[in-house]
Design a binder for this molecule. Structure first.
Ligand code: GLY
Length: 405
């Protein structure tokens, strides 16, 4: 049942042409959050949502991990991710308040552990680097790791606690966003945006894929003042987009497992664990309801989304190396999604080479984390306000040939 005062989202039937202030292309966490915040700011919004089960938002593990994903040379992305993690609790609280739904935000931190001496040395290098950036990273020996997480293997060498890295149940979060968007008056249309329409050098609408049953025939279109492209790794397939939207985004495959703690067994983890096992990375993200997500591969295989025996084997092997009790959990689901990767691992957000077309895509490994601040930024741009300074390095123009931002 929808919460009181919030109507459930409906698939509006598109007649041949209808109009809105804003059309958002893409119904993952980014597009839906944008639609919600734009409607809450007073705009008339249509969200074109393929409701695809393969969307990265549903496959993701839901980590909010600015610290444990901070890598050498990605300072601007780190600043944006830190802004995002600071914003997330209030955003999630507002969402829960509005919808009456829990999104499963967990703030116990993330424990990174190392399996062997080489893994430990690599982890300590990252701890030193992250501390040099002023990030919270507490080095722990093996017994200290096991004191935090008693089910860890006795041979775990040591680790580090990243208190600033949290998680959210991404599936519950998307459900709540959809409900909040509907409550704010967003009209949701089931389908895909296949093209952006322009007149006089300005975006003026979108074209959709096949008309819905009961439509009046022909390809439906929607007229609008502004189009927001938030279609993840599918963004570049939309006809009529300017560079670099057509060239900068590539799919990066991630395979994940969803396990369940059997009834009667106590929780096996109380916080997210990231492990390095003979150089391979694996993460284990527990939920309060007994789910544990294990991920993820990172593969450059175009649009392939098959789940492979080798990936399932490797993820389970590495998970069991650090958390042997994993073998007693139920294997509930295997899945593969496509992250929208970019050349510098940062998103493409803001104005594009076509007036009236905004980009909010290319969030790569940080889509769930960045969803709230992306929605804030796009709502600000749509209503004529500036976004936070942290967005400046992520203008799409940085990838346009001959342009330096
Ligand atoms: N952020 C986790 C992943 O992309 O696998």
């Amino acid at each position: 049942m929808p919460a009181k005062g919030v109507r459930s989202i409906m698939s509006a039937t598109v007649t041949r042409t209808q109009n809105a202030d804003v059309v958002v292309a893409g119904g993952g966490v980014i597009g839906t959050a944008i639609a919600w915040r734009a409607a809450a700011a007073g705009l008339d919004v249509i969200l074109v949502d393929p409701q695809a089960r393969e969307g990265a938002s549903l496959v993701a593990a839901g980590m909010l991990a600015p610290v444990s994903e901070a890598l050498f040379g990605e300072d601007a992305l780190l600043r944006l991710n830190l802004l995002a993690v600071r914003r997330f609790p209030d955003f999630a609280a507002e969402l829960e308040e509005l919808t009456g739904q829990r999104v499963g935000l967990r703030r116990e931190g993330t424990l990174a552990v190392a399996h062997d001496a080489g893994d430990h040395a690599a982890l300590l290098r990252l701890v030193t680097f992250r501390r040099s950036l002023g990030l919270d990273a507490d080095e722990l020996d093996g017994p200290e790791c096991r004191a935090l997480e008693p089910f860890l293997a006795p041979d775990v060498r040591g680790g580090a606690l990243f208190a600033g890295d949290w998680s959210v149940d991404n599936r519950r979060y998307l459900t709540a966003l959809r409900q909040a968007a509907a409550g704010a008056g967003v009209r949701a249309v089931r389908g895909r945006v296949t093209g952006v329409l322009a007149r006089g050098g300005r975006a003026c609408g979108v074209q959709l894929d096949a008309p819905e049953p009961g439509g009046i025939g022909g390809r439906p279109s929607i007229g609008c003042d502004t189009v927001v492209v938030a279609a993840g790794c599918w963004s570049g397939e939309i006809a009529g987009l300017p560079e670099p939207l057509t060239t900068a985004i590539r799919p990066v495959k991630g395979q994940l497992l969803r396990l369940r703690v059997p009834g009667g067994m106590p929780p096996v983890l109380s916080r997210s664990v990231r492990a390095t096992v003979r150089g391979a990375e694996v993460y284990l993200v527990p939920r309060a309801d007994g789910e544990m997500v294990v991920g993820a591969t990172s593969e450059e295989r175009g649009r392939d989304r098959t789940v492979t025996a080798g990936a399932v084997h490797d993820l389970l092997h590495d998970a069991m190396s650090v958390l042997p009790v994993t073998s007693e959990l139920t294997l509930a689901e295997t899945c593969a999604g496509l992250r929208p990767g970019t050349p510098d691992n940062g998103p493409l957000a803001g104005v594009t080479g076509l007036d009236g077309l905004l980009a909010a895509t290319g969030h790569f490994r940080n889509g769930i984390l960045l969803s709230a601040v992306t929605a804030d930024a796009v709502a600000a741009w749509l209503t004529g306000h500036p976004a936070e300074a942290e967005w400046a390095p992520f203008a799409p123009a940085r990838f346009t040939a001959g342009v330096r931002s």
